[in-house]
Design a protein around this ligand. Structure first.
Ligand code: GDP
Ligand code: MG
Length: 437
């Protein structure tokens, strides 16, 4: 399996002191092979490993972790990014909101319709109506009714009708009359993509104009899942993917390939036959799962914090020698921005938190400052003393600010420098520690 393969290939890197072109190439060959084995599309795997390689070679080797572990973190983050980075929710704006299921027979549409209805009812206090538009198999309507019964959600059906558009439209009318705010339409699939099925689901989509068209796919079907996704997407331009049967022998590769090939978010995963076996799709967790190494990821994260501490020590030395310059200043700003919301961070500093509660600070506050520093020449940044009037005028023009803004920043910088010299080393690192929480 993929995670074991990666683990093994990363082991080779362990013990090596540096990330070099040679050991990266070796490892990534294994990563690529592992991805291919997990049904990741060839082109996707190639693009992925090329990107990881570039990033790996440009990476600072942290003293506290082995290069192999850094590679795991890098591959993890890139995998998560490849799967969309953030999780994407449902857009349910219509009154009622309409969700249309699509996918092959056996992919899990009927089961997922029930799971989703149950989740919306329990977590978002919705009042869903399930609609049986699989009119070809006699047992299909009965199956949806059984599901609805389990979760106490009404099911709309017309056992005598074969007109799916008519059924869906009548169901929407009924939802409006009875106050159901979400309508979930379960449809018929075929064993393979065929023209008749595609025509029907496409016509149904055009007729009811759903808020969300979801494509349901069995994650165990590997590369076929990708091809099917592409065919459905070409016809339906669906809004999101539901990956079912992730409880089985997981093929994480399907998630990666589908996301890349159709560029639509995976929104939910199914992890069992029970109505509760549904999860919102989290790219980072999926990457964890594919790699199977959550603990290494957090280890590297901690090491990165440590790296920041070493940087802080280096700065302290500079400050003590009064050598703190605009480059350091800029670096600090970028560091703070990287750590997240400024106000949240500032509020963690002992004694400061309460005081700034109602003060307006946001990340944009640094924009002007950065622009000014970036408009300085390298020489000006390291030797702020040389910033005379004409230089200040040039910097103001270059940064789109005023001379007053530049003067203010230089004054602030001078004050900061003085203040920093007064703060003892230990207080300084205490403060940095507190800021990181
Ligand atoms: P449909 O034909 O697309 O409506 O698919 P069904 O909802 O009838 O599901 C087909 C089969 O897969 C049923 O036996 C389900 O119980 C099973 N199934 C659906 N989702 C999952 C899942 O996430 N995990 C597992 N293990 N089985 C599932
Ligand atoms: Mg079904």
């Amino acid at each position: 399996n993929l995670s074991e393969r990666l683990e093994r290939s990363f082991k080779i890197l362990k013990g090596e002191g540096k990330i070099t072109e040679i050991n990266v190439a070796e490892t990534l060959k294994d990563v690529r092979r592992a991805l291919l084995d997990a049904d990741v599309n060839y082109k996707v795997a190639k693009t992925f490993t090329d990107k990881v390689k570039q990033k790996a070679l440009g990476m600072n080797v942290l003293t506290a972790v082995k290069p192999g572990q850094m590679m795991v973190k890098l591959v993890h983050d890139e995998l998560a990014e490849l799967m969309g980075g953030e999780s994407v929710g449902l857009k349910l704006e219509g009154r009622p909101a309409i969700i249309l299921m699509s996918g092959l027979q056996g992919s899990g549409k009927t089961t997922f319709s029930g799971k989703l209805a149950n989740m919306l009812k329990k977590k978002q206090h919705k009042n869903p109506l399930l609609v049986a538009c699989d009119v070809y198999r006699p047992a299909a309507i009965e199956q949806l009714k059984v599901v609805g019964g389990q979760i106490e959600i009404p099911v709309y059906s017309e056992p005598e009708s074969k007109n799916v558009i008519g059924i869906a439209q009548n169901a929407i009318k009924e939802a409006k009359a009875k106050g159901n705010d979400v309508v979930i339409i379960d449809t018929a699939g075929r064993l393979a993509v065929d023209e008749e099925m595609m025509n029907e689901i496409e016509a149904l989509k055009n007729a009811v104009n759903p808020d969300e068209t979801l494509f349901v796919v069995d994650s165990m079907t590997g590369q076929d899942a990708v091809n099917t996704a592409k065919e459905f997407n070409d016809r339906l331009d669906f809004d999101g993917v539901v990956l079912t049967k992730l409880d089985g022998d997981t093929r994480g590769g399907a998630a990666i390939s589908i996301r890349t090939v159709v560029t639509k978010p995976i929104k939910f995963v199914g992890t069992g036959e029970k109505m509760e076996a549904i999860d919102v799709f989290h790219p980072s967790r999926m990457a964890d799962r594919i790699l199977g190494m959550g603990d290494i990821v957090s280890l590297v994260e901690r090491a990165q914090e440590q790296f920041d501490e070493e940087e802080a020590k280096r700065l302290q030395k500079k400050i003590q020698k009064n050598k703190f310059d605009f480059n350091d200043f800029l670096g600090q700003i970028q560091q703070i921005k990287k750590m997240g919301n400024i106000k949240d961070l500032a509020s963690m500093i002992p004694g400061v938190g309460k005081a700034i509660k109602d003060v307006d600070i946001d990340d944009n506050a640094f924009k002007g400052i950065e622009a000014i520093i970036l408009s300085m020449t390298p020489k000006e940044r390291t030797n702020p003393e040389i910033l005379n009037t004409s230089r200040r005028q040039r910097i103001a023009k270059g940064s789109g600010t005023t001379v007053q803004d530049v003067n203010r920043l230089i004054k602030q910088f001078d004050q900061t420098r003085k203040m920093m010299k007064m703060v003892t080393g230990s207080r300084m690192s205490q403060m940095m520690g507190a800021m990181k929480g």
